[in-house]
Write a protein that binds this ligand. Structure first.
Ligand SMILES: *Cc1c(COP(=O)(O)O)cnc(C)c1O
Length: 401
């Protein structure tokens, strides 16, 4: 039923990122719908046995089964690929599904990977508890210590995996320097671009080979659906697509449709998240009961210049240390009323969490100390409410100290 040609593809060839977010990847059906259609179907009918045989042989791009392809999912993949300037994209059931699929497709027993030490918690669990079991060796290195990365590379190293800015302390990895290091040793550089989204940072343009997304965060933007994606050159993505088809962590068409519409407002939202977060970070820095604020947009951030050189803005996530101990941090958080106490981020609603007792509670005391996750640290993902109202809620927290 899909028309074979994207009618506006030509017009989009030189379009800017904002335009691609709204327009890229749309293929209208014969119903001539203006808004993208949602194809909630698990399978597709064939015109004839010959047509079925042709489709199964992969000789045309018509659909067979939604674990393999679905027009809405493809629409999302193509729009996200356009935003990241990636040759190809495969969507997955979650961000973790994307990381798992990439590792299953690309690694074999005996391979080694190097990962920045403060990556998303489930990434560490997946690598240590499951991939290690199949003989994959993992080293963790501090994001900002390039000499240590160089020293950690071995003959069996396959890729470098980083997240920048890091969570929750907003450390910045120099993507171009990582790409140089990786390519000097014939390795792939994988960047988890969840915190910035393509609206703020485009890792492939800086030399990265593969991008991971958790679409659950800013791409959805309203905390509704789980999803993810792996992007890069076709030669890297082909095996991941084949793994997703065979193994099944495919994205649901409904979630793909939510993300597709999310991409249309991504640039606007990221601008607003960034503006709000900067205003909040600057305000928090003025408060006597706040010891230190971690946000790449602050000129006091030691890597502010690096962040400004590879990001167009600084995103919505910040953290800060309260003068006091764990009970002070808990009192602050519990005294807020509007802000949601939840581990999620990338939502229109501002969220707050105490990392040491939640997202980073699995770490030992020593690991937490090394990572700088102190008991007085609070993480906030600044949402889209009026900045004055977020400050008013924080004032309730400050009053409780
Ligand atoms: C949330 C998150 C993930 C995992 O994504 P899910 O969609 O929850 O599976 C991976 N990386 C980062 C940086 C994240 O914040």
């Amino acid at each position: 039923m899909t028309k074979s040609k994207d009618p506006i593809a030509e017009a989009l060839k030189s379009a800017k990122s904002e335009t691609l977010g709204v327009r890229a990847g749309q293929v209208r059906t014969h119903a001539d719908e203006h808004s993208e259609a949602l194809f909630l179907t698990s399978s597709y009918v064939f015109d004839s046995c010959e047509d079925a045989a042709t489709r199964f042989a992969g000789e045309n791009d018509c659909s067979v089964y939604t674990r393999y392809t679905n027009p809405t999912v493809r629409n999302f993949e193509q729009r996200l690929a356009a935003l990241e300037s990636a040759e190809d994209c495969v969507a997955t059931s979650s961000g973790m599904g994307a990381i798992m699929s990439l590792c299953l497709a690309q690694l074999r027993s005996g391979d080694h990977i190097i990962c920045s030490s403060d990556v998303f918690g489930s990434t560490v669990v997946l690598l240590n508890n499951f991939f290690a079991k199949f003989g994959v060796e993992i080293s963790y290195v501090k994001l900002t210590d390039m000499a240590a990365w160089r020293a950690a590379i071995k003959d069996n190293t396959r890729f470098l995996f980083i997240e920048t800015p890091s969570n929750p302390l907003s450390q910045v990895g120099d993507i171009a320097a990582f790409a140089d290091l990786a390519h000097q040793h014939d390795l792939l550089l994988v960047v988890d671009n969840c915190f910035c989204s393509p609206a703020l940072q485009k890792p492939l343009a800086l030399g990265a080979d593969i991008i991971i997304h958790s679409a659950t965060k800013y791409i959805d933007g309203q905390g509704r659906c789980l999803g993810g994606a792996v992007l890069g050159a076709e030669q890297h993505i082909e095996s991941v697509r084949s793994l997703v088809r065979a193994g099944g962590p495919s994205l649901s068409p409904f979630n793909a449709w939510v993300f597709l519409k999310g991409l249309e407002t991504l640039h606007l939202r990221m601008r607003a998240h960034s503006d709000n977060a900067l205003a909040i970070a600057q305000w928090l820095e003025q408060q006597p009961s706040i010891e230190q604020v971690f946000y790449t947009g602050l000129t006091s951030h030691p890597q502010h210049q690096l962040a400004a050189s590879q990001q167009s803005q600084f995103g919505g996530v910040l953290s800060f240390r309260i003068r006091g101990d764990k009970s002070a941090a808990w009192r602050f958080i519990d005294a807020t009323q509007m802000i949601s106490l939840t581990a999620n981020l990338g939502d229109a609603k501002t969220t707050i969490v105490h990392p040491a007792s939640t997202t980073h509670s699995r770490l030992s005391d020593l690991e937490r100390a090394e990572a700088g996750i102190t008991d007085n640290l609070v993480r906030v993902a600044v949402g889209l409410e009026a900045v004055e109202d977020i400050m008013a809620d924080f004032n309730l927290g400050l009053a409780a100290l």
